[in-house]
Write a protein that binds this ligand. Structure first.
Ligand code: FES
Length: 156
């Protein structure tokens, strides 16, 4: 079995679902005060057997390689999940085939989990103050209001 670093390398070689989902129903944005990384996740819902399910998910990250690899895995894993099923997924579950996250990398998975939960909490339409910026880069360069703590990437 390949180790965690190798799994991350493979995920980064062909990351899935990167970029804005233009017709998304929900958007979640979080930043880590620990490392300054940021991640935004878009969700598009559809109806399946009378239940609302995640049709598509995408992400944009200013984050480390682990966060990008987990987000890539998670956005694939989320396809077809009901909102309740998606809410129950923690960082380890979202990391899917990457295997258990090393202790130093757990917060990277939690960044993905946080963006997902933020998107699920917001429902539709997304909250304007947090998510009206068209891209994550635009969001960083405008003042955010609300409860989410954001550390600007140009600060050391
Ligand atoms: Fe911060 Fe990975 S080091 S998200």
């Amino acid at each position: 079995m390949e180790n965690f670093e190798e799994q991350v390398r493979q995920a980064l070689a062909n990351p899935q679902n990167q970029g804005e989902l233009a017709d998304a129903d929900a958007v979640g944005t979080v930043g880590s005060p620990e490392c300054g990384d940021m991640l935004r996740m878009w969700l598009k819902f559809s109806e399946k057997n009378g239940q609302r399910v995640i049709d598509r998910a995408s992400f944009q990250a200013f984050g480390c390689q682990t966060a990008i690899a987990v987000a890539s895995m998670a956005t694939e894993l989320l396809r077809g999940k009901t909102l309740e099923e998606a809410k129950s997924l923690n960082a380890e579950a979202l990391a899917g085939g990457l295997g258990p996250l090393p202790p130093m990398k757990i917060h990277c998975g939690q960044l993905v989990e946080g963006a997902l939960k933020n998107a699920l909490d917001q429902g539709q339409p997304p909250a304007p103050q947090l998510n009206s910026a068209p891209t994550l880069a635009a969001a960083i360069h405008r003042p955010l209001q609300g409860a989410i703590r954001v550390v600007k990437l140009d600060q050391e």
